[in-house]
Write a protein that binds this ligand. Structure first.
Ligand code: ADP
Length: 335
């Protein structure tokens, strides 16, 4: 169900090309995340001056906030090649040793979903990141020998949405650990304007703000909504996106004014109506909504918490006063 949601932060296969065409190429062109940008900019500049590989970087944050984009930017700013893989793509040790043996000096090697590496593959990565060496077994049976071979000094960039699932030794291999946060509305608005201009779609300021507001602080979602809004404008309003057109298109997509969709509402109504505002356990919410507990925790809750609708407490999830008001649920009398 995740990938079919219009407000899912995960990219669909169809979106991959579209997204690549929208990626900012330089740090200056990347909106928001000021602290992350400043730290990266200093690290990039230092590596450039020394003419060495840059320190390894770990990017932590929810999907769709720009981790892949930043990894690409690092390679462009360093003017070095970029290769990518992901945790689930590496199934055998040899997959990774193969890539690492061919890696080029100072290049960026991006590993997405690094928390999903298999344990023995993760170990290969330890020595590669730390000592720029890989162990290769030559020969078979009793005559087999392990050789430790040097590889090029590269810059590893890891990305994860789940820092809790990252092992301490892996984390310890990264010199720079950067946290990406959801974007605020003005930042999102800037991103919407940028995308609209790349798509050649005229959009009014208040219309861009409307798209920004409903995009859950996630550029990927903003770009997706904008594409749908643009279609709507082309067919129903001669291509120009004003506030009315934006609202009609977004309402048609059933994205409400906070970017909430049916599943968010189901979660909130479970807590509010079925459990009188909580506390409710995560697994109970999962069972009532038919979603995976992991997905609820990783995808839905952060945004509901950011909006101030939900609190995580030691006893379980609690709805806030604001949530009772927004969803128009009367508080049950205590006792
Ligand atoms: P992640 O790797 O964190 O899932 P991506 O880097 O793939 O996210 O970003 C998803 C989409 O959002 C891309 O098309 C990217 O161009 C766009 N995007 C992300 N962050 C920004 C930003 N700060 N400014 C402009 N566009 C952005």
């Amino acid at each position: 169900s995740q990938s079919r949601r219009i407000v899912s932060p995960a990219a669909t296969d169809e979106e991959i090309q579209f997204e690549a065409s929208l990626r900012p190429k330089r740090l200056d062109d990347f909106t928001g995340q000021a602290k992350v940008k400043e730290l990266l900019s200093v690290t990039i500049e230092a590596a450039r001056r020394r003419g060495e590989a840059m320190d390894h970087v770990l990017l932590i944050g929810p999907p769709g906030l720009g981790k892949t984009t930043l990894a690409n930017i690092v390679s462009q700013e360093l003017d070095v090649p970029f290769d990518l893989t992901s945790g689930p793509m590496l199934q055998k040790k040899l997959d990774l040793t193969g890539i690492l043996s061919n890696i080029r000096n100072r290049q960026v090697f991006f590993i997405d979903e690094i928390h999903r590496l298999l344990p023995d593959i993760e170990e290969v990565l330890y020595s590669a990141l730390e000592d720029f060496r890989v162990d290769i077994v030559i020969g078979q049976g009793p005559g087999a020998r392990t050789h430790s071979l040097p590889i090029a000094h590269f810059t590893g960039v890891g990305a994860t949405t789940r820092q809790g699932l990252l092992s301490a030794p892996l984390r310890g291999r990264f010199g720079l650990i950067l946290y990406l946060k959801h974007y605020d509305v003005p930042e999102m608005q800037k991103i919407v304007h940028r995308t609209a201009s790349l798509l050649g779609t005229p959009i009014d300021t208040d219309a861009a703000e409307e798209v920004a507001r409903r995009s859950r602080g996630t550029p990927r979602i903003a770009n997706r909504l904008l594409r749908r809004v643009r279609d709507y404008a082309q067919v129903r309003a001669e291509g120009h996106v004003d506030l009315k057109v934006a609202r009609m298109a977004l309402d048609l997509l059933e994205v409400d004014r906070f970017g909430l969709d049916e599943i968010d509402k189901k979660i909130m109504l479970t807590v509010l109506e079925k459990y009188g505002g909580g506390p409710v356990g995560l697994s109970t919410i999962a069972a009532s909504t038919d979603e995976e507990p992991d997905t609820i925790e990783e995808v839905y809750e952060p945004y509901l918490m950011q909006l101030g609708f939900l609190d995580r407490t030691p006893r379980g999830r609690m709805a806030t006063e604001r949530a009772f008001e927004y969803f128009n649920v009367p508080r049950r009398p205590m006792g």
